[in-house]
Design a protein around this ligand. Structure first.
Ligand SMILES: Cc1cc2nc3c(=O)[nH]c(=O)nc-3n(C[C@H](O)[C@H](O)[C@H](O)COP(=O)(O)OP(=O)(O)OC[C@H]3O[C@@H](n4cnc5c(N)ncnc54)[C@H](O)[C@@H]3O)c2cc1C
Length: 403
C-alpha cells in the first residue's frame, strides 16, 4: 500500500461522529479525503428499539446549530427525523427550592434540541461517506505521524504509509494524533464516574428532559423516541463521586431501579426497567494548542468536558463547521488546506470558545457540588431569579442551543 493514496489532499484520522462529519464537510468543498479508522463503517440501519436493551446507551442531545450542520452535510438526514425532540428542560437543585424550566415556547422555537442514539447518527454519516466519490475509507489504525517538507505522512500499524497536504485528528479522547504531534494537554479528573443506561418509566416523558443537581453529581433523564408504543423510554446519565459510584453501581437491578426513582423524585413515575449499565470515568482534558505543522485536532481529540450540559459532541460539530468555513476561505484564496495561516485561524476561532464552555461547566460542577450554606443559597436564588428574568433566560437558552 506504500504510496497508494498520494493524491489525497486531506487525511482524517478517526471515523467517529466528529471525524465522519469532518470528512463529509471537506468532501463537500471538493477536497479529496481519506478517512482512517480501525472500526468498519456502518452501512446497515438499526431497527427501531422496542425494549431498553435495544437502544444504544450512548445518546447525544444535538443543538440547533449541530442539526443545521448535519443537514447541510447529508441532504437526507433521516436520523434527525427519527430523533426525539425535547421542548422543555426542567433543572432543579436537590438542596433547596431552586428550579429553572427552559421552554422552547419562550424563544418561539419548535424544540430545544434533538436526542439521537449515537449509533443511529453515526450509521447515517457512514452511509453518506460510503456513497461519496471524494472520500476513500481505509480500515486501519494510525501508529505514527510525521511532517515532511511538502506533505504530512501517516504510518499505519500494518506498516503502510499515506501522504496528504493536511491531516485532521478526530480520534477521540485518547488521541494518538495528539501524542504524535506533541500537542500537550491540560487535564484533570472530575473525581466522578458516569453511569449511563436506558430506562422505561411508568409515565411518558412528553418531550421533557430532566436534570437534578445533587451534592454527589447531576442526574439527567433524556427523552427517547418510542416509535412502537412499547414503553416510555429515557436515557440516563448519572454522574457520581467515586465512592458513591462504587456503592450505586454495585446495586442489584431491582435496588438500582428503586434508588433511581427516588433520586429523580419520581418525575417520570416508577422506573420499571433499565438496560445494562455502563460506567465512564469523567475527565476534563483540553489541548493547549489545536494545530501543528499541516495538522489540526477537532472534537474529543482536542477537548473533553463534563456531560452535565450534553455539549461534548456539539463542541466537536462546531469545530467542524469552523474548519469547513476556513477550508472554503482557503480554496477561494488559492491556499493549500495545510497552510499554517488557515489552521491558525481555525484555532483562533475555536480554542477560546471551547475554553469558555469548559470553564462554564467547571463553574457549574463546583457550584452544584458544594453543600456550603451560603453557596446553596446563592445557587438556589440564582436559579429562581434566572427563571423569572425572561431576557436572561432566553439568552441562556440560545447559548445552550449553540447560537
Ligand atoms: C457518559 C457520557 C455521556 C455523554 N453525553 C453526551 C451528550 O448527551 N451530548 C453530547 O454532545 N456529548 C456527550 N458526551 C460526549 C460525546 O460522547 C463525545 O464528545 C463524542 O463522542 C466525541 O466524538 P469524537 O468523534 O470526537 O470522538 P470518538 O467518538 O471517541 O471517535 C473517535 C474515533 O477515532 C477512532 N480512532 C481511535 N484511535 C485511532 C487510531 N489510532 N487510528 C485511527 N482511528 C482511531 C475510533 O475508532 C473512533 O471511531 C458524553 C460523553 C460521556 C463519557
Amino acid at each position: 500500500m506504500e504510496g497508494a493514496f498520494l493524491t489525497n489532499e486531506i487525511i482524517v484520522v478517526g471515523a467517529g461522529m466528529v471525524g465522519s462529519a469532518m470528512a463529509l464537510a471537506a468532501a463537500k468543498l471538493d477536497y479529496k479525503v481519506i478517512l482512517l479508522d480501525p472500526q468498519t463503517l456502518m452501512d446497515k440501519a438499526f431497527p427501531s428499539a422496542t425494549n431498553v436493551e435495544q437502544f444504544d446507551t450512548r445518546v447525544s442531545a444535538l443543538t440547533a446549530s449541530s442539526q443545521q450542520l448535519l443537514r447541510s452535510l447529508s441532504g437526507s438526514m433521516d436520523v434527525l427525523q427519527a430523533a426525539q425532540p425535547y421542548r422543555k428542560m426542567d433543572v432543579w437543585d436537590s438542596r433547596g427550592s431552586g428550579r429553572i424550566l427552559f421552554d422552547a415556547d419562550e424563544i418561539y422555537a419548535e424544540q430545544l434540541g434533538l436526542i439521537t442514539e449515537n449509533r443511529q447518527l453515526l450509521q447515517q454519516l457512514h452511509k453518506s461517506i460510503l456513497s461519496h466519490s471524494q472520500i476513500d475509507f481505509l480500515q486501519t489504525k494510525v501508529k505514527q505521524i510525521r511532517s515532511l517538507p511538502n506533505c504530512i505522512e501517516v504510518t499505519t500499524t500494518e506498516g503502510g504509509s499515506i501522504k496528504a497536504d493536511c491531516l485532521f485528528g478526530t480520534d477521540g479522547a485518547n488521541s494518538i494524533t495528539r501524542k504524535c504531534l506533541n500537542l500537550p494537554t491540560r487535564e484533570w479528573d472530575y473525581g466522578q464516574q458516569a453511569i449511563v443506561a436506558t430506562v422505561n418509566t411508568s409515565r411518558p416523558h412528553k418531550g421533557v428532559a430532566y436534570q437534578r443537581f445533587l451534592a454527589s453529581g447531576p442526574l439527567a433523564f433524556l427523552p427517547l423516541k418510542d416509535s412502537n408504543n412499547t414503553g416510555h423510554f429515557s436515557s440516563i446519565v448519572w454522574s457520581l463521586d467515586v465512592a458513591k459510584h462504587q456503592e450505586i453501581s454495585a446495586l442489584q437491578k431491582i435496588d438500582f431501579l428503586k434508588i433511581l426513582g427516588s433520586t429523580s423524585e419520581f418525575k417520570l413515575g416508577e422506573i420499571l426497567d433499565c438496560s445494562q449499565r455502563y460506567s465512564f470515568p469523567l475527565r476534563q482534558r483540553h489541548a493547549k494548542q489545536y494545530v501543528a505543522e499541516r495538522s489540526a485536532l477537532l472534537g474529543d481529540a482536542a477537548h473533553t468536558i463534563h456531560p452535565l450540559a450534553g455539549q461534548g459532541v456539539n463542541l466537536g460539530f462546531a469545530d467542524v463547521k469552523v474548519m469547513q468555513d476556513e477550508l472554503h476561505r482557503a480554496k477561494q484564496r488559492g491556499l493549500n488546506p495545510g497552510n499554517r495561516e488557515v489552521l491558525n485561524r481555525y484555532q483562533r476561532r475555536r480554542l477560546p470558545a471551547n475554553l469558555a464552555m469548559m470553564a462554564a461547566m467547571e463553574g457549574f460542577k463546583q457550584g452544584f457540588g458544594s453543600d456550603a450554606k451560603l453557596l446553596t443559597w446563592i445557587r438556589n436564588q440564582g436559579l429562581n431569579l434566572t427563571d423569572k428574568l425572561l431576557p436572561v433566560k432566553k439568552q441562556v437558552i440560545r447559548q445552550t442551543m449553540g447560537f
